[in-house]
Design a protein around this ligand. Structure first.
Ligand code: UCC
Length: 644
């Protein structure tokens, strides 16, 4: 009788949530009872009578720190937990491909949990370090990475994380397969996804130039599945004078050698994955008087093997490793190039145009990372919400919390479909079955997707950390690294503004045809989606935004370059939101679509899909407004006192 009474009291206490103190008073009961009563979390019971704890005579005893310990979020099979990925693959992949791809992704997702996730954590906990000198004073500049980083390289080869894009086992769908695998891998990769991005980009450039002669060996190694042969590549573009404006920021000089090779002399300011086997880099060819041509037309692209056969650096001095906010797993260094042996692989003066192929690939990898990490924080957050008990119920039963997570979900679904559309277009371009319209869409959507998902990732992951309360802010939970790493996604490979200007570059270079393709493609998709009346509100929103955007594009081309530049970011955001809305509508119109797919499309299209038109009405792209921007920012600033 007494027993059941005490248990009832305890249950009453618990419903108001655990209060550690309460436990002590009822300690007298056998431990089995107390464990049973706890509604959530793990109750670690200290065996009563265990040595020390109970012996008041002992001057030494372990601290009693309470019994409640919150269960941590667990990582399940990320393919089986991803309804949208499964739906997308079921909808698009031919039946003869679907089975094979899904079983490989399911197996790989198990490997993520059983092996790769822990390795990624080790890469974060054991960042690379630089040893300048050996014990006897010789300068060695050895970048020492942790064993897990080396193991990640082997696994990347075994799993064909780059090779899959070039083996083309599944024809035009090979990129969709590769990108799906990288999307699952990225959040667990310990940022090995970074060298993989540049490795894929380097293979792309070599393939576009032609896999022959000196480039045959590197291409085979970059696309090898053999861990002993697999090579990674760097992408050395950024110098002290600048990373965005390489045309005026590149000082590195390439001195021709009698044997047709070159020696590079210069200083690279931000070189990621500096432990890679090879790199592609920009430099200015010196003429016989040592003079070089300035500007973009003076830049050529060079292939460099970072070490010789003996493993010695190729006349490169590693000045220091960068102290970064995130991506600390990746060795990023400042390098002095003091006669680096190199081969020119682009026409002289066509360096930027040639490396643009690499930028397209690395920017798509940037999108993979953004979307993969958004999906990961949601998957961990929703799992945690089933075991975190607050205010008398689990987090998942709190409507406000679920509303917040649903908004993160809609953002992530829109970004995912944009990523997959990019991969589908890239796969068609590389297998020669892309139409002119699709080629234009690939050129336009690459910068749009990179700039928009880079921003989304930081916003969604920041919101995601809050889903864990204070634990989202504790490094040892392995959660904050997702946000720290995400911050780079809107900076490297071209900042948000630089890529907004690249959108304008694509319009100018294609004489507007990329925009015509954009309009045509959307109209086709909306027409096909009209079979689903429930989507009407979303379709109407996309149609009216598209119409407004069309009018804006008309006006802006007449208003001149300053106006277009000032509106570039909002214009790119409008392209992103309208196209993501279209893709959500298109996916929700598929006969296999779920209620959630429909809901995501409707909710996405409730927002302002065309911010450039909304903003334009405020006159914020006018010269006066631009002058006011500067005045606003510099009011009181000594830097420009009296000069505005
Ligand atoms: O950050 C870096 C490495 C980090 C690690 C990698 C991680 C990858 C993701 C991992 C996820 C986990 S390396 C630094 C990256 N740097 C950039 O992204 C550069 C950003 N700056 C730009 O994009 C600029 O706009 C530049 C460099 C492209 C501007 O160059 P120019 O020479 O001043 O501009 P031009 O004159 O307009 O372009 C020169 C030529 C033109 O071709 P032609 O001469 O035929 O008219 C352009 O059309 O290059 C062509 N071009 C392009 N073509 C320029 N951009 C593109 C493009 N995106 N696509 C095609």
């Amino acid at each position: 009788m007494v027993q059941s009474l005490l248990i009832a009291v305890r249950m009453a206490k618990l419903s108001r949530g655990p209060c550690v103190g309460g436990w002590e008073r009822v300690r007298g009961l056998s431990s089995r009872h107390s464990a049973l009563c706890a509604p959530q979390g793990t109750v670690e019971m200290r065996e009563t009578g265990a040595a020390g704890a109970e012996d008041p005579s002992s001057p030494f005893s372990r601290s009693l720190i309470g019994t409640f310990f919150q269960d941590q979020p667990l990582l399940g099979n990320q393919l089986l937990e991803d309804a949208l990925l499964q739906g997308y693959l079921r909808r698009h992949l031919p039946p003869e491909v679907l089975g094979e791809v899904c079983s490989d992704l399911e197996r790989f997702s198990e490997r993520l949990c059983s092996e790769i996730q822990a390795l990624g954590r080790q890469c974060e906990e054991t960042p690379p370090r630089l040893q300048h000198y050996d014990p006897w004073g010789r300068r060695v500049d050895r970048i020492i990475t942790c064993p897990a980083w080396g193991r990640m390289k082997e696994i990347s080869a075994e799993e064909g994380l780059v090779a899959a894009g070039y083996e083309r086992t599944y024809g035009q769908w090979s990129r969709v397969y590769q990108v799906s695998k990288l999307y699952l891998y990225c959040p667990s990769a310990g940022l090995f996804s970074c060298p993989l991005a540049m490795t894929d980009g380097a293979a792309k450039i070599i393939e576009s130039i032609g896999v022959s002669g000196l480039l045959e060996k590197p291409f085979r190694q970059l696309t090898s599945r053999d861990p002993k042969r697999f090579w990674t590549s760097g992408q050395w573009m950024t110098e002290r004078k600048g990373g965005s404006d390489v045309a005026s920021g590149t000082e590195t000089v390439a001195k021709p050698q009698p044997d047709g090779t070159y020696r590079l002399y210069g200083f690279k300011w931000f070189t990621s994955a500096t432990d890679s086997d090879m790199t592609l880099t920009l430099a200015r060819v010196a003429d016989k008087h040592g003079q070089t041509l300035q500007g973009s037309k003076g830049l050529s692209l060079f292939y460099v093997e970072v070490r010789d056969e003996q493993g010695n650096l190729n006349n490169i001095e590693v000045q220091r490793l960068k102290d970064k906010l995130g991506t600390r797993q990746v060795p990023t260094a400042e390098l002095l190039l003091d006669g680096v042996r190199a081969q020119r692989i682009s026409e002289e003066g066509r360096g930027v145009a040639s490396i643009a192929n690499m930028l397209t690939i690395t920017r798509i990898h940037n999108v993979i990372s953004a979307v993969g990490c958004m999906r990961r924080i949601i998957n961990l957050g929703r799992e945690y919400a089933t075991k975190r008990f607050v205010f008398g119920k689990f987090l998942k039963e709190h409507p406000l919390h679920m509303q917040t997570m649903a908004r993160m979900e809609v953002e992530t679904r829109a970004a995912f479909l944009l990523l997959m559309e990019l991969s589908r277009l890239l796969g068609r371009e590389e297998t020669g079955c892309a139409s002119e319209l699709e080629l234009h869409m690939l050129r336009l959507l690459t910068p749009v997707a990179k700039l928009y998902t880079g921003k989304q990732a930081v916003a969604v992951i920041s919101e995601g950390l809050e889903c864990f309360g204070g634990q989202g802010y504790m490094e040892d939970t392995g959660l904050p690294v997702l946000l720290r790493d995400a911050q780079v996604l809107s900076i490297w490979e071209g900042t948000t503004n630089i890529l907004s200007l690249d959108v304008l570059r694509s319009l100018a270079k294609s004489r507007g045809r990329v925009l015509e393709a954009f309009f045509t493609d959307i109209k086709r998709k909306l027409e096909a989606a009209s079979v689903r009346p429930a989507l009407t509100p979303a379709m109407k929103a996309v149609e009216s935004s598209l119409h407004s955007l069309g009018q804006f594009a008309q006006v802006s081309s007449e208003r001149g370059p300053d106006f277009m530049q000032l509106s570039a970011r909002d214009f790119a955001y409008s392209l992103a939101r309208i196209y993501m809305g279209t893709l959500l509508v298109d996916h929700a119109a598929w006969e296999g679509a779920s209620q959630s797919d429909l809901c995501a499309a409707l909710r996405w299209c409730e927002q302002d899909l065309c911010p450039v038109v909304t903003k334009e009405k405020t006159g914020c792209y006018s010269r006066d407004s631009s002058a006011m921007d500067t005045a606003l920012v510099y009011e009181g600033s000594p830097a420009v006192r009296g000069r505005l």
